[in-house]
Design a binder for this molecule. Structure first.
Ligand code: NAP
Length: 402
């Protein structure tokens, strides 16, 4: 029976990988769950160890003594203020970790490393990409393009693998639907808090994002489904040295999910929500890269001079909204009434939610590559979101809607 190491064990994606491995003690002998903090209790086949991945390889090797595994799931992530810092820090966390496994000798037993990255691979944060996004799409590099730490990490991985006797898989999830505490990008918690507080204020659930995007499409990733994908890809021979999009398998739109959200939180949607409160809340608009990602292939696909710059439009700027006195009061009332985790609201990721709801272009991601190799995983995005809300209610991060 193989062992596994998971880095980023407390993160929104890593946590579910640990959980999936931990559920199958007949298949996975020992699962080493690594992170600086420990936030969960684990089944008997999971051992949590504290590690700081920002150390040098030698320091990390000392902490990794006695830890060996055939499979490594690398889902650690440290968010920095600039893309260059993200490149430096997240690149060296991966490199030093792999070097540390060389120093301890653990790499001799290694068969495969599965690295979690994301759809920023395609520049979804820079503006409209070519759609649907496919793994063979060219990387966005060169003059005018900001550093992308995913490219740096993927090169580090491929180079280290060449030197060793193991191979790799990379995943590209998008807009992750999952549960985590105090992490950097958390859609379900912020969305649930926005809805719960809206109910407390006046019961109106106004879509805070872009009017255009309300009727456009996004492909989300359930962190639980992503974990299942990781387990499948770890042992599927055809996945060797390949990168894969990992999304739920449906394409969703807020025009479809916003009414479901309103119903769950017992709110109502104003009949013409994009016209209500005009002028009351100034909202915000952020222009994205002058050359959108699709510009790099526009001439090749017959769209030269026919691409548009993207923007993020917030009908309600959620960062400003979260600082409003009536919103803070409503949160405090809910917190005290329901005994909620006091960090839930202060640590909610409002800029991330603003971004996810505010883009003015589709996010369509192809799952064909994995499907052709036999992947059949699928989850309905609203079901995944609803399941997260249930868990967040149990964890006392959201008030009970029952
Ligand atoms: N969240 C999303 O919506 C989303 C979407 C697409 C792609 N992604 C990508 O998925 C990857 C994983 O991100 P995530 O969202 O799962 O991250 P996350 O929820 O913020 O978790 C990050 C994990 O890394 C660990 N970590 C951070 N710094 C560390 C350090 N110095 N030493 C050891 N462990 C450290 C954290 O644990 P401790 O703090 O306990 O150490 C935590 O377990 C990233 O590449 C991200 O860009 C995320």
């Amino acid at each position: 029976m193989p062992n596994a190491i998971v880095t980023g064990a407390t993160g929104i994606l890593g946590r579910e990988i640990v959980s999936a491995l931990g559920k199958d003690p007949k298949q996975w002998q020992t699962v080493y769950a690594l992170s600086r903090s420990q936030k969960d209790t684990y089944p008997s086949n999971v051992q949590h160890d504290h590690i700081d991945l920002t150390q040098d390889a030698k320091g990390m090797a000392d902490q990794l003594k006695g830890i060996k595994a055939e499979y490594v799931f690398f889902a650690a992530y440290l968010q920095k203020d600039s893309e260059q810092e993200n490149w430096d820090v997240n690149g060296s966390m991966l490199k030093n970790f792999l070097d540390a496994l060389e120093i301890t000798g653990a790499s001799k037993e290694l068969k495969r490393v599965i690295l979690t990255t994301g759809a920023k691979q395609y520049g979804v944060h820079l503006g409209p990409p070519k759609e649907p996004m496919e793994e063979s799409d060219p990387w966005l590099e060169g003059p005018g393009r900001p550093p992308n730490f995913y490219y740096h990490q993927q090169r580090i991985l491929a180079e280290s693998a060449k030197k060793g006797s193991w191979d790799w898989v990379v995943t590209y999830p998008n807009d992750v639907v999952g549960v985590a505490k105090g992490n950097f990008m958390n859609l379900a918690t912020s969305l649930g808090l926005y809805a719960a507080i809206s109910k407390e204020l006046d019961g109106n659930l106004v879509f805070p994002g872009s009017e255009d995007f309300y009727s456009m499409f996004d492909c989300f990733t359930s962190s639980r489904l992503h974990a299942q994908f990781n387990l499948w890809a770890a042992i599927e021979p055809q996945c060797s040295n390949q990168a894969f999009n990992v999304t739920n398998g449906d394409a969703e739109s807020w025009q479809n999910m916003w009414p479901k959200l309103a119903s769950r939180f017992r709110c109502h949607i104003p009949r013409n929500q994009f016209k209500v409160g005009v002028g009351k809340d100034p909202g915000s608009v952020m222009e994205l890269a002058e050359a959108p990602p699709i510009a790099d292939v526009a001439a090749q696909i017959g769209l030269e001079n026919n691409v548009r710059r993207g923007k993020v439009v917030a009908k309600i700027d959620l960062t400003k909204w979260s600082k409003r006195a009536d919103v803070e009061n409503a949160w405090e009332k809910l917190r005290d009434q329901h005994g909620l985790d006091k960090d839930a609201f202060p640590k909610a990721t409002w800029p991330f939610l603003t971004f996810v709801l505010g883009r003015d272009y589709n996010i369509m991601i192809s799952m064909s590559k994995a499907r052709k190799l036999g992947w059949t995983g699928y989850v309905d995005t609203w079901d995944a979101l609803s399941e997260c809300f249930d868990e967040l209610e149990q964890e006392k991060i959201l008030p009970s809607t029952k």
